[in-house]
Design a protein around this ligand. Structure first.
Ligand SMILES: Cc1ncc(COP(=O)(O)O)c(C=O)c1O
Ligand SMILES: Nc1c(O)cccc1C(=O)C[C@H](N)C(=O)O
Length: 411
């Protein structure tokens, strides 16, 4: 089979030339020997500005201001940065978002807070294809609080539907926990409809936004989302282990109590009080000393997204995933590779998953060739397309190598 590699490269060059966001790619640090970075949905590239921000932090607030910087800026950082994430990416008013801890820890705090607020309700609804940490956290909370788990099983290569949620929820349900963009298929769940269905049953909803934030537009306040979490090292380019964010709708602030009571989330931090009194508002979600250094890189990406606007980011994301699907249809379908993501761009996030039994082995070879997607069992090659840092040329180059590797006789 001949692969029209030159033809796809030429199309990609045209698309890059016409892309209004193309100049922003230079804002990111390039990596030697990387032909195509297709894993921004696991770890976003660093921005050049982050280099200066990190070294400036050592000489500035840390080295120069020392402990005084806690009063001057660091105490406020979790909620100030949370408000920025909320404004730029979440469609949420200030005062409802904090940056702290990992996604897993924030998930735990919010799941516990939500179920403890409704002691008469004895069940958490969750789906079998959710990310492991989400399933593991609710498994743990259910054991800890004597709750039941009600599992929804999505169709293969799809996410949970409103009808499935309608069938699952009842007056027993305390909480529905779902991912907005599914980590395998990249399918976008119908957040407005599902949130409303859960509310009609009197349940709260917690959305995991790890694969949405910074790539898909969100309107948490408008859709009356109760709780949400998300990581910042994917499309917010916060770096490995960057702290996550949690959103807790203002109407719930006086109703919930999170379980990890620490001094930094207390009403008066330096009162050194005998008993814990939670801080007012969303600050109550904080437990220990916030990871200030880890909050630095995401500030550069948030500034960039703020400049470009989430709707332009989403337009580029759709164009990139559509191009990947087009190339996969032309170059990879002949090898029986099937698309395991939606064809309809309106329900597709910023990654495209391709399914074939040989793709685990192919992924290892791709990495050796400088083409870097990731692989999720059983056979999913995930092509993550980070809108501001990925070029159409990278998509064409990367998928051309996949086609070349699949075309070789396999042992
Ligand atoms: C949907 C989802 N939830 C949670 C996580 C991760 O949680 P943590 O940031 O605690 O590692 C990921 C990715 O790692 C994810 O894709
Ligand atoms: N968080 C990750 C990590 O610490 C190491 C490697 C990968 C990751 C990821 O982000 C995985 C990703 N959330 C996924 O969707 O599979």
């Amino acid at each position: 089979m001949t692969h029209d590699v030159a033809g796809w490269a030429a199309r990609a060059a045209e698309l890059d030339a016409a892309d209004p966001l193309a100049p922003y790619r230079d804002a990111f640090i390039s990596s030697d020997g990387v032909v195509a970075y297709l894993d921004g949905n696991s770890l976003g590239r660093p921005l050049r500005a982050t280099r200066d921000r990190l070294s400036g932090f050592v000489d500035g607030p840390w080295g120069d201001r020392l402990i005084r910087a806690w009063d001057e800026e660091w105490m406020a950082a979790p909620t100030e940065l949370g408000d920025t994430v909320a404004r730029v990416c979440l469609g949420a008013a200030p005062g409802q978002t904090v940056v702290a801890d990992s996604t897993t820890v924030l998930l735990y705090k919010l799941v516990r807070a939500a179920v403890d607020a409704q002691p008469a309700r004895i069940e958490i609804v969750v789906d079998t294809d959710n990310f492991p940490t989400d399933r593991f956290v609710v498994e743990g909370v259910a054991a800890e609080r004597g709750l039941e788990l009600s599992w929804i099983t999505p169709e293969p290569h799809a996410t949970v539907t409103p009808d499935q949620v309608r069938a699952a929820v009842s007056d027993r349900t305390a909480l529905v926990l779902l991912s907005h963009v599914a980590y395998r298929s990249g399918q976008i769940a119908d957040l407005p409809a599902i949130t409303e269905i859960a509310h009609d049953a009197g349940a709260l909803v917690l959305w995991d936004l790890c694969h949405s934030v910074g790539s898909v537009e969100l309107a948490l306040d408008e859709h009356r989302v109760d709780l949400a979490v998300g990581c910042t090292y994917k499309y917010l380019n916060g770096g490995p282990g960057a702290p996550a964010f949690a959103y807790l709708a203002g109407r719930h602030h006086d109703r919930v109590r999170q379980p990890i009571q620490g001094w930094m989330g207390a009403a008066d931090v330096f009162a050194m009080a005998e008993r814990y009194q939670p801080a007012a508002g969303v600050r109550q979600l904080i437990s220990g000393t916030p990871p200030i250094v880890g909050m630095l890189p995401m500030r550069d990406m948030l500034a960039l997204i703020d400049e470009v606007g989430m709707s332009a980011v989403r337009r580029k994301s759709v164009a990139l995933t559509a191009f990947a699907v087009e190339i996969a249809d032309a170059l990879l379908a002949p090898y029986d590779v099937r698309l395991a993501s939606p064809r309809d761009p309106s329900v597709r996030g910023s990654h495209v998953t391709l399914d074939h039994p040989d793709l685990r082995q192919v992924t290892a070879e791709l990495w050796e060739r400088g083409v870097i997607p990731d692989f999720r069992p059983p056979h999913g090659l995930r092509i993550g397309l980070s809108p501001l840092s990925t070029s159409f040329a990278e998509v064409a180059a990367g998928l051309s190598v996949v086609a070349e590797l699949l075309s070789r006789p396999r042992a």
